[in-house]
Ligand binder design. Sequence first.
Ligand code: HEM
Length: 508
Amino acid sequence: MNVLGIIFSVCIFLLSIRLLRSLLYRTVYLRKIYRNITPLSISWIPFVGNFHQIRKGGVTYYKLVLRLSSEAQQQTKGIFCIWYALLPIVFLSSHNGLEKFINHSKQLSKSANYELLHPWLKTGLLTSNNEKWRNRRRLITPSFHDNQLLKNFMSIFNEQAQVLVERFVRLAKEKTLHQLYPYISACTLDIITEAATGTKAEAQSSDSRNDFVQATLRISEIITKRIRTPWLWPAIIFDNSSYGREQKHFLQILHGFSHKVIEDRIKSFDPQEMHTDDHRKRLVFLDCLIAQMQQEKLTLDDIQEEVDTFMFEGHDTTATAVTFFCYLMGHHPDVQKKVQEELDSIFGDDHERECTMDDIQKMTYLDCAIKESLRLLPPVAMIGREAQEDFYHHGQLIPKGAIVNIVISAIHRDPSVYPNPDEFDPSRFAENSVINEQRSPFAFIPFSAGSRNCIGQRFANLEERVVLSTLLRRFSFRSTQTVDELGLLNLLLLRTENPILMSIEARY
Ligand code: HEM
């Protein structure tokens, strides 16, 4: 070894010692801080932490988090900490005291695992932090409350729900079990692509054969795979893996697609159309973003980040919610029957009529059943933040820099709020129910809560009601797998280890 080599090795050695020392120092400091959090019913080993018990991940990990959440709820504070070797992660699993954290203007930053989304979404609304996020949220919020836009979206929901019905008619003729998720996911992809960009993806009619549809579905799978495989987290390893190369290829297609639709829309954009009721073309989210660009509040790159974010957040979340709802209907024929009776009383014999806002107002039982489904199987089961300053949760210090996971699925199963929490019972959400009236708004948070909640909540609520009411007017579902047999796991969204299989029966 030459002199340079020796110097280099000594430097690396000294650096490693320094790094290890500061890591150990921080660990001892954090162990002291967290020692008052009630100990878990799993063991802690020096340097390993709880890692030996969580390393399996997947279904086992999700079950463990729910079990620990329930123990923490019984101790009333609803807080526990899992040590990933030297790194502690704090979990909040009760509505009790959550408001102070989730609503705090200094605690809105996302945790580091959201960085896995950066190659696709860059720093759009979901993944940005601080001032950038605040400005964006202020600029974009009005489009999600624009009544004219929501009216336009109602026609898109109805059109695409009708295409889904036609596909289900064919499935119902085959008397076998079907995996509905790919069909529902194609429908919600068509909806969000048109609502966000004004372009038709035709995922339902092309049977995923077009490049854009294939790329969207494959990217979601690759991101999911990366989340499940910790050694793929460092960019330097991931980028050089086959998954990294595949992701790069599909991102070129996705970014190319959004770039082109934005450019085309800008060319045909007429600002006058934003201010008249006589719209020759259907206005969509992209038109609102372009209008902001013309006032120099957004750049072309900004618009692209947001369009990509809407496509990601607005596609799989609703597909998951609709699929879980159909599954629960298939498992609870009594509830399904009541939903169908309500729909029959609204639509009568007219099976083809489009669903309107007025119809939705009348769907009170469907509304309860959808809420109960979002409670029991929330598509976003856990969200992560990074504490921007020290804070106290029931007297427990959570220091600046801590990673804090809010376990939505556990908050929704707190027996002090929801007696028999594993039971599917839509009457919990009936307007006159005592539980409904007494429940804290932080005990039901499928769309998160506070100023960083889901901006697409109203859009998603309408979409779910149009699609589900259209489906349940025409079909009945049957499912026999239990939730345990499906095996729930959290991979950004709530997923099942085994595919959900259902039979479909045409009602007419
Ligand atoms: C049933 C469907 C949906 C559910 C359950 C859902 C749930 C959520 C949740 C829990 C968050 C907070 C995420 C976090 O803190 O990490 C969120 C954020 C977000 N959602 Fe949704 N979402 C749904 C549909 C949609 C739709 C249809 C859109 C767009 C059209 C959308 C756009 C967004 C965006 C842009 C954010 C980030 C907001 C911000 O940080 O300011 N979501 N959603």
